[in-house]
Ligand binder design. Structure first.
Ligand SMILES: Cc1cc2nc3c(=O)[nH]c(=O)nc-3n(C[C@H](O)[C@H](O)[C@H](O)COP(=O)(O)O)c2cc1C
Length: 232
C-alpha cells in the first residue's frame, strides 16, 4: 500500500500537526505501508495560474515546471493520500491549497482507472472548539464523497487546542495526551489493515483535554506573560 502524505505546516516536523500526523504514519508503517511524506515548506510549488492549459492546450500537462512535476505521478500511484495542515483562517495553509489546486492536470488525464483512493485529513488548531474544523471537513466531503469520483474520504484526525496540548506536554501533564497519540497511531494501523478509521479512534484524537473556560483563561495568562517578557 502506497501512502502519500503532505504536511502544509510551516513548522514541519516540529509543529502541532506533526504531533498527530507522525504517529498516524508510524502506525501505517507498522502495518507495512510504504509512506512518502513531503512538507510544502520544502517544495517549490507555485500557485495555479488558471489558464486551463492542462485541459485545453496540453491535456494532462501543466506548463509550470516545478516540484509538482515530481509529485503528480506520486498522486496517481498512491492508494492513500493524507492532507495534513493546521487551520489557518478556517482553511488549510496557503501553500497546501496551492498544491491541491495544482492537481488539476490529473483530472484531465483520467488515469486513476478502477482504483479508488482513500483520503485522510489530519489537522490541528488553536481553538478549543471542534467546530473550527467544519470548513475543512466540508471541503473534504465536497471533494471526495462523490460516487462517480475516484476517491473515498476515509476519516479525519482533528486535534483542537493543539497549542494547549503542547503546553501540557511541556508541563509534564502527559497522561491524557498519550491517549491521543496512541489513538493516532492505532488509526494508522487500522486504516492500513481495514481501509477505514473507526469513529471511536477519531473521537479519541479529538478528546476534550480540559474545560473550555480553563483553556482560554490559561491561554490568556500565557499571552500576557509572553508579552511582559518581550517588553523587558
Ligand atoms: C496565520 C494563522 C492563522 C490561524 N488561524 C486559526 C484559526 O482560524 N482557528 C484556530 O483555531 N487556530 C488558528 N491558528 C492556530 C493554528 O491552527 C494552530 O496553532 C496549529 O496547531 C499550528 O499547527 P503547526 O504547529 O503544525 O503549524 C492560526 C495560526 C496562524 C499562524
Amino acid at each position: 500500500m502506497k501512502v502519500l502524505a503532505i504536511n502544509g505546516s510551516p513548522h514541519m516536523g516540529e509543529g502541532n500537526t506533526a504531533m498527530i500526523l507522525n504517529p498516524f504514519l508510524e502506525g501505517m508503517k507498522e502495518a507495512r505501508a510504504d509512506v512518502d511524506l513531503f512538507y510544502t515548506r520544502k517544495l517549490k510549488i507555485g500557485p495555479c495560474n488558471g489558464d486551463m492549459s492542462c485541459w485545453f492546450v496540453n491535456p494532462g500537462t501543466c506548463g509550470q515546471k516545478d516540484d509538482m512535476q515530481m509529485l503528480l505521478p506520486k498522486f496517481k500511484e498512491a492508494d492513500v493520500i493524507v492532507w495534513a495542515s493546521p487551520v489557518y483562517y478556517s482553511g488549510v495553509t496557503g501553500p497546501l491549497k496551492n498544491l491541491m489546486d495544482r492537481q488539476l492536470p490529473l483530472h484531465m488525464q483520467g488515469e486513476m482507472g478502477p482504483k479508488r483512493q482513500k483520503i485522510v485529513l489530519v489537522s490541528t488548531c488553536g481553538a478549543w472548539e471542534l467546530s473550527m474544523f467544519d470548513p475543512l471537513l466540508l471541503q473534504m466531503n465536497a471533494l471526495y464523497s462523490r460516487p462517480e469520483g475516484s476517491s473515498d474520504f476515509a476519516g479525519a484526525l482533528l486535534r483542537p487546542m493543539a497549542d494547549g496540548m503542547k503546553e501540557m506536554i511541556k508541563a509534564g501533564e502527559t497522561r491524557l495526551v498519550e491517549g491521543v497519540f496512541r489513538a493516532a497511531k492505532e488509526a494508522g494501523r487500522q486504516l492500513a489493515k481495514e481501509g477505514k478509521i473507526s469513529e471511536e479512534l477519531q473521537k479519541e484524537v479529538s478528546r476534550e483535554l480540559m474545560p473550555r473556560d480553563a483553556y482560554y483563561k490559561a491561554a490568556q495568562m500565557m499571552m500576557e506573560q509572553a508579552q511582559k517578557a518581550t517588553k523587558k
